[in-house]
Every structure is written in structure tokens, then in C-alpha cells.
Design a protein around this ligand. Structure first.
Ligand SMILES: Nc1ncnc2c1ncn2[C@@H]1O[C@H](COP(=O)(O)OP(=O)(O)O)[C@@H](O)[C@H]1O
Ligand SMILES: [Mg+2]
Length: 249
């Protein structure tokens, strides 16, 4: 019953791709699903040529009525991808998705599966938005950024305001260079990982290409390391962020 939010502050650094990679690489036998709750609209249904039902809109409607909240609602509103991953997809447009995200922000318990892990793709999160409300309700949150200086400055300047009451938040840097320790020190938050540029794995996760031995792809390996780190620190504690900074090379 763990939820992991994946989000960005600007641009398209690869939030949906990382959410899919994390769920694909999740190391436990327990069920895992991806919930697409990006205010600007979803991509997964188009990527995988799925209908948008069952999906986020139904999940949100059920959350309003309080229906199946006791046993975790997500499971009944998911579809299964060819590889076995469960996804709760959003409509492609902002207008149809925003209402659903807003409803869920008021009933965030619906996001949690009865057992296992929910990876929530929040897309780009602005302060005080419905997505920011959902972010606060998740157990862990992974902020995805590219490593360029403007994006890192944005992370640094936003960190204090955005994360006042939010869950454990760590940064993941897609592509780029720079040591984990240097970036941590520069932005003032822990860096939980680097995600390599891996077009083959990204295309596979988007349903656009077959991939041989996908579990050996750099992107999937990095996602597995990140999942393990999240699981190791499942119980949030005051010292966790500092410990995570300290333990990274
Ligand atoms: N680690 C990566 N390596 C290579 N390509 C990537 C990676 N992450 C994302 N991409 C590609 O970048 C584009 C945007 O990714 P996406 O996950 O949709 O971003 P976001 O959800 O932040 O908008 C997609 O074409 C995706 O395949
Ligand atoms: Mg996305």
C-alpha cells in the first residue's frame, strides 16, 4: 500500500517514461500499477492504443461516491499491458483529465491499491494545483529534471515552497552529467538517482518498439535501483533525506 508520485516542475524531462520504468522494474512480487494523473492529459492510452476506459475518469468518479475505497479502488480501474503491467490511463485532453485529478485530490485514498504499489504520474506540478494536492497525499515523490542549469535552479528555488507538507521527495536527474553529491548540494535536496538516456527502452515503455532483454537496458536498471532505494526507506523519518544524501557516492 505504497504510493510513489513521479512529477516535474517544467518541460518534459521523461516523467511518464520514468513512471512506466519504475513500475516495470519494481522488484517485489506484489502488484504494482501506474496511475496517470497528469493535469495536461495522458499519453499512455495513445502510446499503447488503449481505450481510456477503464481509467482515471472512472477512478475519480468512484472516489467521489466513496465506492470501493475500503479495499483500494485503483485495481478495478486499470487495464493490463501486453507485458503484464497494470495502468490506469488518463484521457488525452487537459479538460477531461483536470476534473478527474481535482476529484482525486479531494479523495486521495482512492489512489492506493489494496495491496502493492501505485506509481502516480503527476506530470508537471504547479504550486497550489490539484496535482500539488495529490503530491502531498503520496508516500514518496520523485521529482524528475534534466541536468541543465536552468532546470536545477528552478528545482532549488521551488523546493522550499512546493514541499512544505509533502511526502519524502527526492530528485532524479535524466541524462546530463554532474555528481550526485554536487547536484544535491546545489539544489538543497537529495538526489536519488541518475536516469540514463536510453531511447530503446523509452520506445519500449511507450509501446513503440520491441526490446530484447529489456530488464538489462540501462533505463530499466536505473529504475530498479531507484525502486530499491525507495523500498529501503519506506518508513519516512526525519533523518532519511540526510541519510540518502550521505549514502550516495
Ligand atoms: N531516459 C530516456 N531516454 C531516452 N528518451 C527518453 C527518456 N525519457 C523520456 N524519453 C523520451 O522523451 C519524450 C518525453 O518523455 P515523457 O516520458 O513523455 O516526458 P514527460 O512525461 O515528462 O512529458 C518521449 O519521446 C520519451 O520516449
Ligand atoms: Mg508525461
Amino acid at each position: 500500500m505504497t504510493s510513489v508520485a513521479v512529477f516535474s516542475l517544467a518541460g518534459a524531462p521523461g516523467v511518464t517514461t520514468l513512471a512506466m520504468a519504475l513500475a516495470t522494474a519494481w522488484p517485489m512480487a506484489e502488484p504494482v500499477c501506474v496511475v496517470e494523473a497528469d493535469l495536461s492529459g495522458g499519453d499512455i492510452a495513445a502510446w499503447w492504443r488503449l481505450p481510456v476506459w477503464p481509467g482515471l475518469v472512472d477512478l475519480a468518479a468512484a472516489s467521489r461516491s466513496g465506492q470501493d475505497q475500503e479495499d483500494g479502488a485503483v485495481g478495478t480501474h486499470t487495464q493490463v499491458l501486453p507485458g503484464g503491467l497494470r495502468v490506469c490511463v488518463a484521457p488525452s485532453t487537459a479538460d477531461r483529465t483536470a476534473g478527474a485529478v481535482d476529484l482525486l485530490a479531494h479523495n486521495p485514498k482512492a489512489l492506493t491499491a489494496a495491496s502493492g504499489t501505485t506509481v502516480v504520474d503527476l506530470g508537471r506540478v504547479a504550486p497550489h494545483s490539484a496535482a500539488a494536492g495529490l503530491l502531498e497525499s503520496c508516500d514518496n515523490a520523485v521529482l524528475v529534471t534534466t541536468g541543465d542549469i536552468a532546470q536545477l535552479k528552478r528545482v532549488k528555488d521551488s523546493a522550499a515552497g512546493l514541499f512544505v507538507s509533502s511526502p519524502r521527495v527526492g530528485l532524479v536527474v535524466v541524462g546530463g552529467r554532474g555528481s550526485t553529491r554536487e547536484i544535491s548540494a546545489a539544489v538543497g535536496m537529495p538526489v536519488w538517482g541518475h536516469i540514463p538516456t536510453d531511447p530503446k527502452a523509452a520506445a519500449f515503455l511507450a509501446g513503440q518498439a520491441e526490446a530484447v532483454r529489456v530488464d538489462r537496458r540501462p533505463l530499466i536498471k536505473a529504475a530498479r535501483d531507484l525502486a530499491r532505494a525507495l523500498l529501503r526507506h519506506e518508513e519516512p523519518s526525519a533523518g532519511v533525506q540526510a541519510a540518502l544524501v550521505a549514502e550516495t557516492p
